[in-house]
Ligand binder design. Structure first.
Ligand code: SF4
Length: 324
């Protein structure tokens, strides 16, 4: 099967007063149609910036380079801005963390949903309203006709996020990027939204790139997981393999910080020592070395390459899989 999205050697650099900051450094992955990929890392790991770059949503001041950045075979780097905007509406969609800042507070949600259909598909006002109500119903919003006239502030946080998911799926995109879509929600609503996303993926065959800081959240959702640290992929594996046999010390740290119902619930959760890496770091060392219990002189001198240590499981670590 050919890849829906192909990312190879993606780098994003911002130039500031104190020099260049490399926010994403050589990211690569391929996403098949209908697949679900989890992209996990702490704040500042580059996961959101990378996907804003893929969607063409970064400001012109950001420098985006890649060996390949293709969606359904089209080269996104050379696609004219207009064509890319059209693609973004129809074939590629994104849902952000905070639905409050994504919805216009001055317009009823029905108008905001209908506008998507009127702009991208020249739908009539009446047809757009009918389809918008159907979209709200599909994401589990009761009495959708009446809800179309509600303003964002009249809905709960969970409902607003459902509206954003409905909006993102209106044009039946082939790829949906979810950028921490449940972070602002409480855990019960979070679980409902995750279930909804699973159902919608199964129903429409939409490929999903799920960006999150929580390995726990992608456990039952993604087929494959990329773990990012300081703008680089440090581990990549099938989800089951990653949880059963994490190879990179950072992945192990993230997993140890996830609460487990089958473990000792009185034991405090483990934390990864130190602070996330500065993005202005030297690339001539492992970025995780200052926080790593296994770090040695070589780690402080050389950046480890991402290599396969087990079938379909790659890690960027000189001591991958060794006990701490
Ligand atoms: S390369 Fe060294 S410092 Fe980096 S994660 Fe592996 S053991 Fe730790």
């Amino acid at each position: 099967m050919s890849a829906l999205l192909e990312v190879d050697g993606l780098s994003v650099t911002f130039t500031g007063r104190r020099g260049d900051v490399r926010a994403v450094d050589g990211l690569g992955y391929a996403l098949e149609p209908g697949a679900a990929l989890g992209i996990v890392g702490e704040s500042g790991s580059g996961k959101s910036v990378a996907h804003l770059a893929i969607l063409g949503l970064l400001p012109p001041s950001a420098r985006v380079d890649a060996r390949a950045l293709r969606f359904e075979g089209q080269d996104l780097l050379t696609l004219p801005a207009d064509a890319r905007r059209r693609l973004r509406g129809r074939a590629l969609s994104i849902v952000f963390q905070d639905p409050t800042s994504s919805l216009n507070p001055l317009l009823p949600i029905g108008l905001q949903l209908s506008e998507v259909l009127e702009v991208h598909e020249s739908a009539t006002r009446r047809d757009a309203r009918r389809r918008s109500a159907a979209a709200l119903s599909e994401v589990g919003i009761a009495d959708p006709e009446a809800r179309l006239d509600a303003y964002p502030h009249e809905l709960s946080g969970g409902m607003r996020q459902r509206v954003m998911i409905a909006m993102a799926l209106l044009l039946r995109p082939r790829l949906l990027v979810l950028d921490e879509p449940t972070t602002a929600l409480d855990v019960t609503i979070q679980a409902q939204v995750m279930e909804l996303l699973q159902d919608l993926r199964a129903k429409h065959g939409t490929a999903i790139a799920f960006i999150t800081h929580s390995l726990g959240l992608v456990a039952g959702f993604a087929d494959r997981v990329l773990v990012l640290y300081a703008g680089r992929v440090v581990e990549e594996a099938r989800t089951a393999d990653l949880y059963a046999r994490p190879l990179h010390p950072y992945t192990r740290g993230l997993l140890a910080s996830v609460p487990r119902l089958d473990g000792d619930l009185t034991r405090p959760l483990a934390a990864i020592p130190g602070a996330p890496a500065s993005l202005t770091r030297s690339s001539a060392a492992c970025a995780f070395a200052p926080r790593c219990a296994l770090a040695d002189d070589r780690c402080r001198r050389e950046a480890p390459p991402l290599v396969e240590h087990a079938p379909a499981q790659r890690a960027a670590c000189f001591h991958a899989g060794e006990p701490a």
